[in-house]
Design a protein. Sequence first.
Length: 378
Amino acid sequence: MRIIGLATALMLGLSAPAAAQDQTLNLLRDLTEAAGPPGFEEPVRKIMVEQMRPLADSITYDGLGSVIATQGKSGPRIMVAAHMDELGGMVRRTTGDGYITMQMLGGWLDQALIGQRWIIIGSKGPVRAVTGVRDIHVVTPDERTKVFPRDSVFLDVGAANAAEVAAMGVSAGDPVVPDAPFVVLNGTQNYMGKAWDDRIGCAVMIEAMRRLKGTKLPNQIFFVATVQEEIGLRGAEASSAIVRPDIGIALEAGVVGDVPGARPEESQVSLGAGPGMFLYDSSALPNRKLVALVKDTARAKNIPLQLDLVQGYGDDSAEIQRSNGGVPTVNLVVPTRYTHVHTGIINRRDFDQMVDLMVALLQRLDAGTVKELRSFAP
């Protein structure tokens, strides 16, 4: 357990003893603050392996760097996936006067890129940066309301020329991540930070493993922390080929419709109203029998379950369901405000209830249940 100082505890809106005793809060903070854009997941992988190793029967890796932790030695093969990577960028080039341009990694909103703090992971350590913007006192009226395209965004590290940037240890290809520390939001049960998509799913996996450790399982569970989801579900494709699952469950950050300006058809989910399940997204349709099993499990455990259908969304279940000759899958989500930007918000109760749901669901996936889920005989 990580002990934090009084100043940090006060910043989080907690007493130091309470923060020190909450193992889950510490895990969520460590995961969300770790840097891990696609292809640069090493810091997140280190945390995941440290947490999973004492809980797993074995740990292996795919050829892209996804972590495959197993519990159970016989029965149907259940794959649970959450991705380690976050939206970020990488250094493209340095200009003669010391500015840096970025290749964005993942589906950023262009309007969310300007005027934000970033961290470049250079060869000499972290380098702080800000995405510059032309001053309001000099821009034209048209520019004041314009969304600046990502290719026009530049990083300012305070350097006067390219040589000073190089001296900081920054070069082409270095990863860039948002600078957005974890905060308990004003004493509420809402937690603010970067990369909830999908460190929240990673944390659910670890807590579920903790709860299942030492129990008699009716199956083999492969908890997979995947890589490069944000640029094409690549880790899920590679790890599914190794796991060869009978059933697949993706754990993700959901999309909420409880913010000003949201239209009812965009999302049917609210923060703090319980975990969610997708009935549709642009990349995958869930197995209807598995959907029914999730609903029944939630009812049996008195867990509120929110249902959603979301356009413009993809998740690891899309690759899992195409593997091994076809796999029944479902995408379960922890509702999240403000995804694909610097800072998002999740609710602790939603998280805890998702862990409860996952543990109960995994305990029900025995051989007979899985056989029925995979049966399509008329």
